[in-house]
Design a binder for this molecule. Structure first.
Ligand SMILES: Cc1ncc(COP(=O)(O)O)c(C=O)c1O
Length: 306
């Protein structure tokens, strides 16, 4: 083990997350190795630090983000935390629109980083927040830098140059399957593109909620949502729909049996990996665990059962 180097800015700690061996299904499927990128090791606690830093630095390079502009976007929470952290580190103001039903921890976290929060109608979900940002930007276009994570290629590029490259290095390129949740789809698209360029035989499975009404914060039910502009269906060999309750059960299982405390969407990818395991029985599966479970305590995910 080498001692970590001194860093000039917190933003330099984004990416290069550990790859964890997950043993939840080992007894049933001894010939299947499962690994997960532990994305809560990013300084803002989620995978979205990668996308936010990439989009903000892309805006700086293109001259679209200047010190007078306010960074604005819609976010179910993690991207907001990431924008707020990167904005604070780089000296930008940040304004975030989020549905009023996102977890209390998330609203408090972005405020702690100094960002303004504007709440949209929770019944309209993440699409309602997107519509509200678009209105605010069209009312005052010069005031804002709108990274638009759903349509910004710099979101996917964070994963093409980061997550995907790291997975290839950490596994020596020996993975057979890649499984990831679909929100903006940046994680899946950027990583799958990198992996398939390396080895087109790697099978890719995108995971969305199985229904428009779901409890899998961070994921999008694509058939009923505004489809992100960066989504590339050609990179997905399969797209599966994960049920909320079964996903929660698997999040709880990996926390209590392995000490890996994860968020809702990690349960959803575990659900998909369990289905995959029952089909293929062997292989090397890599997934991305977007965030940790401490961010969801107020949602009841880990409330002790009576
Ligand atoms: C908890 C969680 N899981 C999964 C995702 C999906 O990642 P992506 O937006 O890259 O598709 C997000 C995105 O916000 C998230 O917050």
């Amino acid at each position: 083990m080498t001692t970590p180097a001194v860093q000039a800015s917190i933003t330099q700690l984004v990416g290069n997350t550990p790859l964890l061996r997950i043993r939840l299904f080992d007894e049933r499927y001894p010939d299947l190795e499962i690994y997960a990128k532990a994305e809560w090791f990013n300084p803002g606690g989620s995978v979205k630090d990668r996308a936010a830093l990439s989009m903000i630095e892309d805006g700086e390079r293109r001259g679209r983000l200047t010190p007078d502009k306010v960074i604005i976007d819609s976010t179910s929470g993690n991207t907001g935390i990431a924008y707020a952290l990167v904005g604070a580190a780089k000296g930008y103001r940040v304004r975030l629109v989020m549905p009023d039903n996102v977890s209390a921890e998330r609203k408090q976290l972005v405020s702690a980083y100094g960002a303004d929060v504007v709440l949209s109608d929770g019944m309209e979900g993440s699409d309602g927040a997107i519509r509200m940002v678009r209105e605010m930007v069209s009312d005052d276009p010069d005031a804002y830098f709108y990274p638009d994570q759903y349509n910004n290629p710099a979101n996917t590029l964070a994963h093409y140059h980061g997550t995907g490259r790291e997975i290839l290095e950490q596994t020596g390129g020996r993975l057979t399957h890649f499984v990831a949740g679909l929100g903006t789809t940046g994680t899946f698209v950027g990583t799958a593109r990198r992996l398939k360029e390396h080895d087109p035989s790697i099978q890719t499975i995108g995971v969305q909620p199985d229904d428009a009404f779901h409890g899998l914060e961070g994921l999008k039910h694509l058939p009923s949502a505004i489809v992100p502009g960066i989504w590339d269906p050609g990179l997905a060999d399969e797209v599966w729909g994960a049920p909320t309750e079964a996903s929660y059960d698997l999040a709880r299982a990996v926390a209590s049996s392995e000490g890996v405390l994860v968020g809702h969407s990690c349960g959803a990818v575990l659900w998909a990996i369990e289905q995959l395991a029952s089909e293929v029985h062997r292989g090397v599966v890599v997934t991305v665990f977007p965030d940790g479970g401490d961010r969801y305590l107020s949602t009841g995910l880990y409330r002790p059962r009576q």
